[in-house]
Ligand binder design. Structure first.
Ligand code: DGJ
Length: 718
C-alpha cells in the first residue's frame, strides 16, 4: 500500500487500484493490471475535481467510492439517509486514508487472511456522520474485499435507506454484463446483457440469495479499455447489484444488500456495517474464475474443510420418501462395494414424513422406517462408510406437532395467515425462543446418530416477512440472516469437524455467506447433463469446484424424462464434490462395475479435481461444445472434460483445443475408458487441438435422447 499526499495505491498480486485526492474528495483514477510504485500518476486524470454543480469536473462525473444525494450528483446512490431533520441530503468530505485492521463485521461472516487493509474516511459535518470504507488485499488472489460502515456521531437518530457494500466507478460505457440467473432446477444459467447507456439492475427480495439471480456478477469492459471486472457479496439474503452506464460515459457499479425494505434506524452513537463485497479485475475472462476460486478456497471456506470430501451416495433421487431400514442397508452394501465413502439418508426419516405435507419441525426418529437411527448409523458405519443425514431446520409444516404447540414460532404478518410454499412455513429465527429450539433440535440429532455429515436444506423462500423495525432498527431480512449465521456459527463451534452441505431446494442459497460455514453446496436438483452443464458452468464462473456438490443420477432424469449415458453424467460429476444419487439396489452387475470404476477414477484424481485451477477452453453458453480443464498448480497434471453439444452429421472436423497447460511441456494424454495414450506437445494441445471424433461413444439405437456426448481426458507431463 502506498499513501502519499495526493495518491493512494493498493496492489494485489497482479492488479492495482489507485485513488487520487483532491481537496475534499477522493477519486478512483485507476483499476487494472498492476503498475509500479514509482510512476507519476498525475497523467491518469487531468481533472480538477471539486464540489460544484455546473461542470463536468465535479462529483457528477468523478469516479467515487460512494455516492449520495446532496453532493451535486444524480446517479445511482450507494448511500441514502433520512436525516433527523427529515432531509435526504448529505455531503461526505474526504478526511483521510490509512492502513487499518480488517474489520470484524458484527453478526456477519467475512473473508479471512488479508495481507493489508486500507481504510478511507469521509465525514458529513452537517449531520455528524462518519463513513468508513475498507479495502483488503490478499497475498494469493487479486480479489479485493470491500466493506463500508457508517457511524452516527450526532445527538440525533437517523434512518439508513440504502447502503451498498461497495461502489466502483469506472471510465467509459458500453459494458457487457454477465449475470447468473434462473429458477429451481435451472440455477445460475449464464445470461449476457449489452449495455450502452442505461442501468442494469439485478437482485432479490425473497430472503435468500440465489434461486433467481446470484450475487456474483461479471462485466466485460469496453474494447478500448479491455479487461473484466467481477463482484460478489459475502451475504445470503436479499441483495442488489446495479450497473449504471451514464450519458457522460462513466459507469457506476454498486453491490450490496437489497434496499427495497431497508429502513434501518441509526440511533445516535451507533454504527452500521455493511456485508462484505468482493471486487476483482482480470485482464482475461479466465482470470476471473481462477482468482475468485482462489479467494473462496483460501479466504472464505473454513480452512479445516480444505481437504478431500467423501464420495456420497444419497438416497433422495432414487427413493424420495419411500425407504425403510432394509433399503438403506441395501444401499449401504452397494455403496461400500463401489468404493463410496458416505451414505446419506435424505428427507423422510422423521415424524410422519411420507410426503412433503407434514412433519417439518418434528425431528423425531420414525423408528418404523429407520428401525432406529442410532443403530442404523452404526450398521452403515460397520460397512466402512460415514453416515450422513438431512434436516431442514428453518422450516415447519402446518401439519406438525411443532405448529400445533407453538404457532407463534411461524414467520407471519400478524394480520393474516402465512403463504404456503411447498406446503411449509418458515420459522422466525429472529425470535430467541425459536432460535434456541432449532439449536436444540440440531443437538438432539447429533446426539441421536452422531452424523459425520449433515445436509442442511431450505426448501422455500420468505414471503411473509413482517418488516416492522425493532428497537434495534434492523430490517427483517438482515436480522433473519444474522440469526441464521449465529446458529450456524454456534452449531459449528459445538461440532467443529462436522461436514455440512447446504442446500436450498437445490442451489437457492449458493453464496459466499453460506460458504463461510458450509464448504459445499448442493448445486441444483437438475441432474440431466444436458441442462446441468449450463448450471455448473454458470456456478463455476464464480465459485470453485470444491464448493459444488455434483451427483450422478439415474439414466432417465426425473425432471426432464431425458435418457442419458452414464459417461455424460459422470463427466459432469467430476467437476465438483462427486457423489451418486440413483438406485444402486436396482443396478445390474455391469452398471455397478462401471460406477466402481468411476468412483476409483474420481478418488485417484480427487485433489486435482477439487482444488486444481479451472479453465474453460470452450463454453456451453456458446452452443457448440464445452471444454472444461482442471490443471494442477504446477501444470504437470490435468483432467479435461470435453462435451460435444451438437453432433453435425457427416462432418470431418471434430477437434478440441485445451488451455491452461504449459506450451513447452509434453503431456501423456489418455481417454477414460480407452487403453491408448498419446504423448503430445503442450503447444499442440493449446493451439491446434485433438481430433477426438473417433473416440466419442457411438450409439445409433436412439436410446439416448440427448445430444451431449462427452469424453474425459487425463494428462500427465512426461
Ligand atoms: C430439495 C433438495 O434439493 C433435494 O436434494 C432433497 O434434499 C429435497 N429437498 C428433500 O426434500
Amino acid at each position: 500500500m502506498q499513501i502519499t499526499e495526493q495518491f493512494i495505491k493498493l496492489d494485489t498480486p497482479s492488479t492495482s487500484l489507485v485513488f487520487r485526492r483532491y481537496s475534499e474528495l477522493l477519486e478512483i483514477v485507476y483499476y487494472g493490471a498492476k503498475i509500479g510504485d514509482a510512476a507519476d500518476y498525475d497523467i491518469l486524470s487531468s481533472h480538477k475535481r471539486k464540489y460544484a454543480h455546473s461542470c463536468a469536473d465535479d462529483v457528477i462525473t468523478a469516479n467515487m467510492t460512494f455516492s449520495c444525494y446532496g453532493m451535486g450528483c444524480d446517479r445511482v446512490f450507494s448511500l441514502s439517509l433520512k436525516n433527523h431533520d427529515g432531509g435526504y441530503a448529505n455531503k461526505f468530505l474526504f478526511r483521510g486514508a490509512r492502513a487499518a485492521e480488517k474489520p470484524i463485521i458484527p453478526g456477519l461472516p467475512s473473508s479471512y487472511g488479508a495481507r493489508e487493509t486500507l481504510m478511507l474516511v469521509y465525514y458529513d459535518e452537517d449531520y455528524d456522520l462518519e463513513l468508513r470504507q475498507y479495502y483488503s488485499v490478499f497475498e494469493d488472489t487479486d480479489a479485493i474485499a470491500v466493506s463500508s460502515a457508517i457511524e452516527n456521531r450526532s445527538a440525533h437518530d437517523a434512518v439508513l435507506r440504502s447502503f451498498a457494500s461497495c461502489q466502483l466507478d469506472t471510465d467509459g460505457c458500453g459494458y457487457t454484463v454477465f449475470s447468473y440467473t434462473g429458477a429451481w432446477a435451472r440455477e445460475r444459467y449464464p445470461s449476457v446483457t449489452q449495455l450502452s447507456v442505461g442501468t442494469f439492475e439485478q437482485g432479490t427480495s425473497r430472503g435468500s440469495s440465489s434461486h433467481a439471480v446470484n450475487p456474483f456478477l461479471m462485466l466485460r469492459r469496453p474494447a478500448r479499455m479491455g479487461g473484466y471486472l467481477a463482484f460478489n457479496l459475502v451475504y445470503s439474503g436479499d441483495h442488489r447489484e446495479r450497473v449504471e452506464c451514464t450519458p457522460m460515459h462513466t459507469t457506476r457499479i454498486t453491490v450490496g444488500m437489497d434496499d427495497a425494505f431497508l429502513e434501518h434506524l441509526l440511533p445516535s452513537g451507533s454504527v452500521f456495517h455493511s456485508p462484505e463485497a468482493v471486487m476483482l479485475f482480470g485482464e482475461h475472462r479466465a482470470d476471473i474464475s481462477l482468482q475468485m476460486h482462489r479467494f473462496v478456497n483460501g479466504h472464505i471456506v473454513p480452512p479445516c474443510f480444505l481437504r478431500e470430501r467423501p464420495v456420497a451416495v444419497n438416497l433422495w433421487e432414487a427413493c424420495g420418501y419411500r425407504f425403510d431400514r432394509g433399503k438403506v442397508l441395501e444401499f449401504a452394501d452397494r455403496a461400500a462395494e463401489i468404493g463410496a465413502e458416505l451414505l446419506v439418508v435424505d428427507d423422510g426419516w422423521f415424524g410422519r414424513r411420507d410426503d412433503e405435507k407434514t412433519s417439518l419441525g418434528d425431528w423425531t426418529d420414525n423408528v418404523e422406517k429407520t428401525g432406529g437411527l442410532k443403530s442404523l448409523a452404526e450398521e452403515v458405519r460397520s460397512r466402512g462408510l460415514k453416515f450422513g443425514i438431512w434436516i431442514e431446520p428453518e422450516m415447519v409444516s402446518p401439519e406438525s406437532e411443532l405448529m400445533r404447540r407453538f404457532p407463534q414460532y411461524v414467520l407471519r404478518n400478524p394480520r393474516r395467515e402465512p403463504i404456503l410454499l411447498r406446503d411449509q412455513c418458515v420459522l422466525d429465527l429472529t425470535q430467541r425462543e425459536v432460535w434456541d429450539y432449532v439449536l436444540r433440535c440440531l443437538r438432539d440429532l447429533m446426539e441421536l446418530c452422531s452424523p459425520d455429515y449433515i445436509k442442511w436444506d431450505y426448501n422455500r423462500f420468505i414471503t411473509d416477512a413482517y418488516h416492522a423495525p425493532t428497537s434495534a432498527g434492523e430490517e427483517f431480512s438482515l436480522r433473519y440472516i444474522k440469526a441464521l449465521y449465529a446458529l450456524l456459527a454456534r452449531f459449528r463451534e459445538e461440532y467443529p469437524g462436522l461436514l455440512i452441505e447446504s442446500c436450498a431446494a437445490g442451489g437457492g442459497r449458493y453464496d459466499l455467506g453460506m460458504l463461510c460455514f458450509t464448504p459445499q453446496i448442493w448445486t441444483s436438483d437438475m441432474t440431466d447433463p444436458v441442462e446441468r452443464i449450463h448450471i455448473q458452468e454458470g456456478t463455476l464462473a464464480g465459485y470453485p469446484q470444491s464448493t459444488l456438490s455434483a451427483h450422478i443420477a439415474s439414466e432417465v432424469c426425473q425432471k426432464t424424462g431425458r435418457r442419458t449415458r452414464l459417461r455424460d453424467r459422470f463427466a459432469l460429476a467430476l467437476e465438483g464434490v462427486f457423489g451418486i444419487e440413483y438406485d444402486l439396489t436396482q443396478c445390474s452387475r455391469e452398471e455397478l462395475a462401471d460406477l466402481k470404476q468411476a468412483v476409483a477414477f474420481y478418488k485417484e484424481h480427487r485433489d486435482l479435481l477439487l482444488y486444481g485451477d479451472m479453465f474453460f477452453a470452450e463454453r456451453a453458453e456458446d452452443g457448440e461444445a464445452a471444454v472444461h480443464i482442471i490443471v494442477s498448480r504446477d501444470k504437470t497434471r490435468a483432467v479435461a472434460l470435453v462435451f460435444r453439444l451438437r453432433q453435425i452429421f457427416n462432418c470431418e472436423q471434430d477437434k478440441y483445443r485445451l488451455c491452461g497447460l504449459r506450451e513447452d511441456a509434453v503431456y501423456r494424454v489418455g481417454i477414460y475408458g480407452s487403453d491408448r495414450t498419446w504423448d503430445v506437445q503442450g503447444k499442440l494441445l493449446l493451439s491446434h487441438g485433438l481430433d477426438l471424433g473417433a473416440y466419442f461413444p457411438k450409439d445409433r439405437s436412439g436410446v439416448f435422447s440427448n445430444e451431449i456426448n462427452s469424453l474425459v481426458l487425463f494428462l500427465r507431463q512426461v
